[in-house]
Design a protein around this ligand. Structure first.
Ligand code: SF4
Length: 412
């Protein structure tokens, strides 16, 4: 990375350095870079002075955190069951493992702490960690029910025959890359260096003549999940370290919290075709992100979920040009984003503003009187509550605990 990679964001005090393409693309990073190269680059750029880690700090949201906690809990349980050689939830072995872990709720509580631990030092999360913790703890009973159901179906769906004790080769989480032995292997990192691709399968069960790949999903079913697990089948086929005998993937299972979807594994010919297509995709994407300014592809289906939209120069003109009726496709009402110009102080916790992105006058309400602006300040505001004043139809922009705002660079 050089000085030439530096870029301005328009936000006061925040500049970044573009990232280099990764050594290996994961399914999600490839998919993200294809849908919007700018988002891929903004999320992974280095921002000196924002925090001491690489990438832009992610903004936590309760639904995403619940998904992370549940996935982490599945990992813990499946790893423990596999390491102990358990083949059914009803087995004495599984009961012993669960007891040693302290039971489902204890595993979930530890997953909550591990998940929130990733947000320590994150400037976008620091004020909300305690309320997020309380929110997650309130959901432990619901998560426990869903996890129990998934674990029960996983053990039924993927281990129809007892797994023999493992006597050689790699078992459990892979620390060294070596051929996988017959048995269950949680958290397997698959690599295909010739295609610059990698992926982490939740569970691989190797049999004598092939393997079953299992992936846990905490969200709603999506066609992308099918593409992802088929990519894992390709990685398995080309991973010479873990699969030197080139055993085929004979069973692909997507385990959701309320159902299991069996995906047709690719044939040998389809595997080669998929591999060639993936190689083309990585080459295309690398040419799109390794430029001075990666292309932005604003759209209502993408930008509302983009955690770095306040840094994106293309998003704000896009928002301004959107018809008022389409803005709700970006964020569910009453929440929304806006760009504003501070005109004057209106009251202890309110400011007269021009909502420049919406072409209206308005009033900005802040939660406390310690938030102070100067006339002429320009702000980008995310996730405010937007409404209309009844008396004069001015725009009312209310900042809440989950809203964020940034001052724009006055020299731009
Ligand atoms: S705001 Fe939209 S266009 Fe900009 S980086 Fe995010 S997804 Fe891409």
């Amino acid at each position: 990375m050089t000085e030439a990679d530096r870029f301005a964001t328009g936000v006061d005090g925040i500049s970044g350095q573009w990232p280099s393409p990764p050594n290996a693309w994961s399914f999600s990073s490839l998919q993200e870079a294809e849908s919007c190269p700018r988002r891929w680059a903004l999320r992974r750029a280095t921002y000196i002075g924002v925090w001491d880690r690489s990438g832009y700090p992610p903004k936590p949201s309760t639904p995403a955190l619940v998904g992370d906690v549940m996935h982490r809990t599945f990992e813990t349980l499946v790893t423990a069951f596999a390491n102990a050689g358990c083949h059914a939830l009803a087995s004495e072995c599984a009961v012993d493992v669960l007891r040693s872990l302290g039971g489902y709720s204890a595993v979930i509580e530890r997953s909550i702490e591990q998940t929130l631990g990733q947000y320590e030092g994150n400037p976008r999360a620091v004020d909300r960690l305690e309320s997020l913790r309380a929110d997650l703890k309130n959901r432990v009973p619901e998560m426990r029910t869903r996890i129990q159901d998934v674990v029960a179906r996983t053990t039924r769906a993927t281990t129809p025959d007892p797994i023999p004790p493992i006597t050689g080769g790699a078992t459990g989480p892979i620390s060294k890359r070596q051929p996988l032995s017959v048995g269950s292997h949680p958290e397997v990192e698959l690599r295909a260096p010739e295609f610059r691709l990698a992926g982490r399968a939740d569970l691989i069960r190797v049999k004598g003549d092939g393997c079953a790949i299992v992936d846990y999903k905490t969200g709603a079913p999506s066609p992308l999940h099918i593409d992802q697990i088929r990519m894992y089948a390709v990685l398995w086929a080309y991973d010479a370290d873990l699969n030197p005998r080139q055993l085929p993937a004979t069973e692909l299972s997507l385990v959701y919290t309320d159902s299991t979807v069996q995906v047709e594994p690719p044939t040998l010919a389809e595997t080669a075709e998929l591999a060639a297509a993936l190689r083309d995709r990585t080459e295309t994407v690398e040419s799109q992100v390794a430029v001075d300014l990666p292309m932005a592809r604003p759209g209502v289906d993408l930008c509302g979920w983009c955690s770095v939209r306040h840094l994106c120069s293309e998003y704000w003109p896009f928002l301004e040009a959107l018809p008022a009726g389409s803005r709700q496709e970006l964020s569910p009402a009453p929440f929304g984003d806006c760009a504003v110009l501070i005109v004057a102080r209106h009251g202890p916790k309110s400011w007269d503003i021009d909502v420049t992105s919406h072409g209206r006058n308005g009033l900005l309400r802040t939660p406390s009187d310690s938030t102070v602006f100067r006339p002429g300040d320009r702000l980008r505001i995310l996730d405010a509550v937007l409404s209309d004043a009844e008396e004069d139809n001015r725009a009312i922009v209310s900042l809440t605990q989950t809203s964020e705002w940034w001052l724009l660079d006055p020299t731009n």
